[in-house]
Design a protein around this ligand. Structure first.
Ligand code: ZN
Length: 313
């Protein structure tokens, strides 16, 4: 058995908004072609995508919202939100494959079968409990957090997000929860969707001071990343999580068509290796990485495979 596992299969790719869309169904293949090219497929356990059940969505989302997605999934018409996230026929089922694969990964991680798992396409961090947003129908990150608590009695959870966009759907759902540590490096919200994630946003109520937002100026490169990253490490070691969730969006890599950060894929490798070390120290090695955004196909192929390779060390 390999030390790391990855989900791959046609069904995961179905969560996409049509050929030619930045979030198209071809993203999974762009990733996997590179995995095979680098021979990484021979070194990991490859797991087939798993269909999640509708009930699991209720752990995070409201019943009314799920019904709305269901109706839109049947008609395939219009938008799930106010114009960013198109509906398509089967969006419910496609979204359930993302969620189901995450939850299958979680079961394997917690049982100790495979402590490190990568789920490409997952990491839909903009969806709210009652709304879609920014190409995200269901917030699988939130569903993971709720499931860790309801099914595995795991309370102290660290969510790290290196996608160029602020993970607002996760942040605001747990803004008042001191047991969810959130460290989010992103392009400054004054220049990029969704416009949130100022450094002054550190949590509210009982959770004041438990969140770390690191907004970066457009054009920030690996040097800026490396200057910022030790803050994340210090913060996580002080928090002592029981499990680590990484949203490894590749849209923070130079050349993405819709963002302005300039990391190289090496940033993704460094972040993953660093988090694995922390997971080994505090979390019995447990880490789940999700692909997140990334709209330059070459970047997502290289960035996500750096995540996967770091898991094999
Ligand atoms: Zn993004």
């Amino acid at each position: 058995m390999a030390i790391a596992s990855v989900y791959f299969g046609e069904h995961l790719g179905r969560y996409g908004f049509g050929e030619g869309h930045p979030f198209g169904p071809d993203r999974i293949h762009a990733f996997w072609n590179e995995t095979v090219k680098q021979g990484i497929d021979k070194r990991v356990d490859i797991l087939p995508p798993v269909a999640g059940d509708e009930k699991s969505l209720l752990r995070f989302h409201t019943p009314e919202y799920i019904q709305r997605v269901k109706a839109a999934s049947q008609s395939g018409l219009g938008y799930l939100d106010h114009g960013d996230t198109p509906a398509f026929k089967g969006v419910l089922e496609a979204g359930l494959y993302v969620v189901g694969s995450d939850l299958d990964a979680l079961a394997r991680i917690v049982s100790g079968e495979t402590p490190r798992v990568f789920v490409p396409i997952a990491g839909l961090h903009h969806a709210r409990r009652d709304a879609a947003a920014g190409f995200c129908a269901f917030n699988d990150c939130g569903i993971i957090i709720e499931t860790l608590r309801s099914h595995y009695a795991i309370q102290r959870i660290a969510y790290i997000d290196i996608d160029a966009h602020h993970g607002d759907g996760v942040f605001y759902a747990y803004e008042d929860d001191p047991d969810v540590a959130i460290a989010d490096l992103h392009e400054d919200g004054r220049y990029l969707y969704p416009g949130t994630g100022a450094a002054s946003e550190t949590g509210i109520g009982a959770a004041v001071g438990t969140k770390l937002n690191i907004p970066l100026a457009p054009g920030s490169d690996d040097q800026v990343f490396h200057r910022a990253w030790p803050q994340v490490e210090t913060y996580l070691r002080a928090f002592k999580p029981e499990i680590i969730l990484l949203q490894a969006g590749a849209d923070s890599i130079e050349g993405d068509p819709i963002t302005h950060l300039r990391f190289s894929p090496a940033a993704h490798a460094h972040a993953t290796a660093s988090l694995i070390k922390i997971a080994d120290e505090f979390c019995q090695g447990r880490i789940i990485a999700m692909g997140g955004g990334g709209y330059n196909r070459n970047n997502l192929a290289l960035g996500w495979n750096e995540v996967l390779k770091a898991m094999l060390v």
